[in-house]
Design a protein around this ligand. Sequence first.
Ligand code: UDP
Ligand code: MG
Length: 313
Amino acid sequence: MSTISLVLPVYNEEENLPKLFAELQKLIAKLPNEEVELIFVDDGSHDRSYEILTGFAQQYPFVKTVSFSRNFGHQIAFTAGIDHATGDAVIVLDSDLQDPPEVALQMIEQWRGGAAVIYAKRRKRPEDESWLKKTTAHWYYRILNRLSDIPIPTDTGDFRLMDRKVVEELKRCREHSRYMRGLTSFVGFPQTAIFYDRHERFAGKPKYKLFKQSLKLALDGLTGFSAKPLRLISYIGFVTALLSFLGIIYAIFMKIFFPEITVSGFTLTIIAIFFIGGMQMLILGIIGEYIGRIYIEAQNRPLYIVKHKMNLD
Ligand code: UDP
Ligand code: MG
């Protein structure tokens, strides 16, 4: 008999929790030979999620809760969940029922077959997602893989099963700007995919605000797994230097051999200034992203602060 931990980050999911819990109980009933623990991480919800989770934990000892002192974000909640999980296999899934719990059965089967990580790959993205989100996500994964030194699976979220040995290694990665999908790839071990249909959110609104949290996560992924954007800066610098050098040769050549045709001065100068100015801003921005991350890591603050735990020592 082995222990399976299910880790569920929760942020303002009061409408989803009762249905989610019912689904999880159905799942547990289908796993009579395993010991299952549920680890709910309340990421500073300000609706009734905390009360609901406390209620579950009071009633059932296999329900364990970690409540944060404030909202720390999904990736950190995920981390706290695996920090507290004791299972031989740990499954992370969303609490809005977008990740159907029954897929866990297939994951466990593959795990028994020897895979250390089984990540769930979306067959299609849910209907309610905007065209913008689908397209940006599609391209993001492709660019990320181009730049990253380790392959990071495309079209996967955080829904995955991880073997204890993977969890132990993940726990050693304590960076603040974390991208768990990338870290799981970084850890290595045999990894396999299973396909599933990602559902629409059962109730409530997505908590990732497209241009804030998603962008942060996207940048954490890129900067966390690739230093190539920094190298790109040298290329840009090289190409612009080369172009301006050609321009100088051209101007001198015209001056000597065709002095009657003047190289049109004003417009060209303005364009060149804007171009170089824009490039420099962009380049400073890229460098700034990396420096910002160094700064955050140098502060070395705790990843999260726990307000309350239940059924955990
Ligand atoms: N979540 C969290 N902290 C946050 C934002 C989200 O713990 O700051 C949880 C949320 O409750 C859900 C999961 O992370 O269980 C995924 O969030 P969401 O559904 O908003 O993301 P999406 O499915 O749109 O990627
Ligand atoms: Mg969701």
